[in-house]
Ligand binder design. Structure first.
Ligand code: HEC
Length: 248
């Protein structure tokens, strides 16, 4: 009994002294560090020598070809600039540039502009389809309905791009959303080059139209076909017929 008390008493005394006893003492020894403090670590000090590198210099020059963040790439000054073609995408300077014109910002003066500043060709739209499916569809869905796979896995705020609001939104504002992101959507400016952003918008417009088609979109000579039973439909009825077979 007494021994138990003594052991506890001694332990408590040691603990109290350990906590309060040595406060305010000055020592030239480095303090005890269970996890080493970050001030004492291997690191390069500005303008200080370092024997890690053969030349003994700590600070290094950037790797050749390094582009500083925010650097405005020189724009291609070729005939292509004036009459952009699909070659823009393989152009070595096909760019992420941030100029101040409509093509680079989506803004005309201080308002969002609208219109695709590239020639809208089948190639452009197909390029846009490919890019949309790679960079947008996982969130917004292949038909831009806002039901991409990412939404089912937690990003609940994904919106449908088939909304009236987005259908009426100017191309320039959508360009800006792609470039800089919006609320919970991150920016795709750093990963999608400018002509691809426009290609995506051109394709998105086609997708929007496909889901909001009016009778006026059907050429008059084909309207009668709409009432016909779907004889040209792909043979999707067949798998159902197959399923019946095992039941027998
Ligand atoms: C990682 C998921 C994700 C991807 C990929 C994505 N978006 Fe979004 N997008 C969102 C979310 C989330 C919102 C809703 C933002 C908010 O909270 O208002 C949104 C909103 C938008 C809007 C509406 C902006 C507004 O003004 O309300 C447009 C337009 C849009 N996205 C276009 C695109 C296009 C085009 C792409 C492909 C280049 C794309 N998004 C890729 C998640 C994504």
């Amino acid at each position: 009994m007494l021994r138990g008390f003594l052991v506890i008493f001694v332990l408590c005394t040691i603990a109290i002294i350990a906590v309060f006893g040595f406060r305010g003492q000055i020592s030239t020894q480095p303090p005890l560090e269970v996890f080493p403090d970050m001030v004492r670590q291997m690191k390069v000090r500005a303008q200080a020598p370092l024997n890690f590198f053969a030349d003994g210099r700590g600070p290094r020059l950037p790797v050749a070809g390094t582009v500083p963040i925010g650097y405005e790439m020189p724009k291609p000054q070729t005939a292509e600039t004036q009459a952009p073609t699909v070659d823009r995408w393989s152009h070595p300077q096909a760019s992420f540039s941030v100029g101040t014109d409509y093509y680079d910002t989506g803004k005309m003066g201080d308002r969002w502009g609208t219109g695709i500043p590239l020639e809208v060709t089948r190639e452009l739209i197909e390029r846009g389809q490919q890019r949309f499916n790679i960079t947008c569809a996982m969130c917004h869905g292949a038909a831009a309905m806002g039901n991409g796979i990412v939404k089912q896995h937690g990003l609940a705020t994904v919106v449908s791009l088939q909304d009236e609001r987005i259908r009426k939104m100017s191309d320039g504002e959508i360009f800006n959303t792609i470039t800089n992101g919006k609320n919970t959507m991150m920016a795709y400016g750093p990963t999608i080059i400018v002509p691809d952003r426009w290609a995506i918008i051109a394709y998105l417009r086609a997708v929007q139209r496909s889901q909001n088609a009016a009778i006026a979109d059907v050429p008059e000579e084909n309207r009668a076909d709409l009432d016909k039973p779907a004889e040209n439909k792909p043979p999707e009825a067949k798998p159902a017929a197959k399923q019946e077979a095992p039941k027998k």
